[in-house]
Design a protein. Structure first.
Lengths: 408, 408
């Protein structure tokens, strides 16, 4: 009898009806002869509701106490689902992080899982119980409640699956798998049967986030199979592993998917007079925790330096303040901020090995007369910054150029 | 430095504003030089909200899981109050039942406290922290969450106060103490400075419930001083102890208060032909957990038996069903049900020793031409069943007759 760990996110348990649907889904897995451990998030909206209560009392609530507060969200979900399963005649038990022994460090609000005790879980499975574990939460060595940060339930599920050496960790969400492009933009986009963890990580960083990165990294390290499924529709979803799909032909498509992102701003600093000053700019931003993306530097004919990079739109004010105030000598430097940009990327484990891919990429955009402002690439992705109004045209062009259309 | 345990009920923490008011109240106690352990209920309405979620899934939700669900209510309260106190610059820590070690039996939904570990509490107090403990909940020997039943936070507070040998257990509620009668009916009713636990228990049973009986019994056994106070107004409240008040003159008033109750129905069974059948009736009801009050039996001239008693109105349907179906041979017995009754009582530790009290009691009611249907009494109370429409008149008459009026 195989152990399957299932994770249901906030929208999957967002109402009593949804909780009953999840109960039916778990029962179906059980009837297929599997043991089930289900890891749940808080009902959608609940974490934000609790957070806003806390912030009404203190704009920056005490982190230990905020974790005590937020952890109630998942506790409600597991108790309600257990009630629904027991009502249907199935033996089920809810377990909180301290009852399982999901041991974390004591960084409240962003704790890391150190290890998971399997004794209590194994005991419940031995008793043929369906086990419902509160996601997102842990307990430190002093028995304080901790939380893992937004999306932490993914990490809980993956870590529990690894600890139990489960056959598969199924992540139920509101999409039925991972797509070759955003189906809202490209109707011909197709669900991928399989992708690799490294592709998934890059896709997440490039705007197609389905799983929390930490969860993906954890699964990757423990060589665990993840499957992304919809809790709203039946289907096989997308399998994510460390390997190439066995069913894939060797001459597989170099590109798995097209991703895009519109939350970035392009900053260009012109007329920087020394490499030292360039370094000072970058360091000042990095020290304040600003993530610089698509970083690019050019030495101009007059030996001045032009520095370009993108930042998340949320950090605009903070970045401008640092650039204007924290730099000792920025005489002559001009700062240009472009809000009208988007990032367009192709992701695929085969990109590096297929040298023609980069040519195809640029030809496709050039054919559509799309101007490229910045470029970055790795073994498994190519990203460019383009004008926002060219984005949809660009997604379609690349999706066709790399033969990803559903009918292909 | 004295340790004071304070308990705040649901209405006392019913909103963010109320939580901030409680924070200020605790800070005031702290500034008077006391250590504070505050035990909190769920925000008013929250327990019912959670219960109705569970009952939408299952009319009789699995009891272990219902406790997991309901326990989140108090968890939210203590976390929010901790956040409010820390925001005000005070060191505070929230502790759940499993973190304190409030060990109970495993009767989910109505668990009894077996013992309370003081190590974690003492450690927090040593560190000069204000300690906020989740009321209503415990943990069994297998680390399952339990709850103590409605009003269980009172018991939590009293048990913690006893375990810590606290100087006083202050119960903050929405009334500013215990009154000589319901002030909504008798405007001249006065707040009692002091009453005894046994009087309090009898008053609770007679309709003037301020504290959970189990909490009162626990405090009584551990010789702990309780003080009932308002969290909405300043005041000294009512002190409850095992002793007579020292400030009281020896010739104190025999009666402390007048209580009343309107949730009871009067049942009269006429023409019962044998004592055996009488016993069968009583046993059948008792076996089903029906509480019979004011039980009275008379043998009539024709040797038939008349049995009278009151029941809570909520058990009307169940009682009628038992009387009509579960009795082997009830031929000839007539059952009369009277909805139009009320119970009127006087309570006071001095009733037994002052033989004139019972005379005064009947004279006061007789002067008002109030007809008495049933009587019961003990060392510290006299209760009668009267017509509902005579109730207010009766409360006033007794309140005056025993010199309880404010100006007296």
């Amino acid at each position: 009898m195989a152990v399957i760990v299932q994770k249901y996110g906030g929208t999957s348990v967002g109402s009593l009806n949804r909780i009953e649907a999840v109960a039916e889904n778990i029962i179906q897995t059980r009837q297929q002869g599997h043991q089930v451990v289900a890891v749940l998030s808080a009902m959608s909206g609940e974490t934000n509701r609790l957070l806003s209560l806390a912030q009404s009392l203190d704009k920056h609530p005490a982190s230990r106490e905020l974790d005590v507060l937020l952890a109630t969200g998942e506790q409600v979900s597991i108790a309600l689902l257990a009630i629904a399963l027991i009502q249907r005649g199935y033996s089920a038990i809810s377990l909180l992080a301290h009852q399982v022994g999901i041991v974390t460090d004591n960084h409240f609000g962003r704790a890391h899982i150190k290890h998971i005790k399997t004794k209590r879980l194994a005991q419940a499975l031995e008793q043929e119980q369906i086990v419902l574990v509160a996601g997102f939460q842990g307990v430190d060595h002093e028995n304080n409640i901790t939380t893992l940060g937004r999306g932490g339930s993914d990490t809980s599920a993956v870590a529990i699956a690894a600890a139990l050496q489960a056959n598969e960790c199924q992540i139920f969400t509101d999409v039925d798998g991972i797509y070759s492009a955003d189906p809202r933009i490209v109707p011909q986009a197709k669900r991928l049967d399989h992708i690799r963890f490294d592709e998934m990580l890059v896709m997440a960083n490039l705007g197609a986030k389905v799983l929390q990165n930490r969860a993906v990294e954890y699964a990757m390290r423990h060589n665990l199979t993840i499957r992304v499924l919809s809790s709203f529709n039946q289907g096989v979803g997308t399998q994510v592993t460390n390997h190439y799909s066995e069913e894939m032909p060797q001459n597989q498509l170099p590109v798995s998917s097209i991703t895009h992102q519109q939350q970035e701003l392009l900053l260009t600093l012109n007329n920087i007079r020394s490499h030292q000053l360039t370094a000072e700019y970058i360091q000042a931003l990095a020290d304040k925790g600003i993530e610089l993306d698509m970083l690019n530097q050019t030495v101009m004919a007059d030996e001045s330096i032009t520095l370009s990079f993108t930042i998340h739109q949320d950090s605009e004010q903070q970045v401008l303040k640092i650039l204007q105030n924290d730099i000792s000598n920025n005489a002559g430097v001009t700062i240009k901020l472009d809000h009208n940009v988007a990032k367009l990327s192709v992701v695929g484990a085969g990109i590096k090995s297929k040298t023609e891919t980069i040519g195809q990429f640029f030809k496709a955009l050039s054919d559509e007369k799309i101007e490229i402002m910045l470029i970055s690439s790795s073994e498994i992705h190519i990203s460019v910054i383009i004008n926002k109004q060219d984005l949809i045209k660009g997604v379609h062009a690349l999706h066709s150029a790399f033969n990803l259309n559903l009918s292909a």
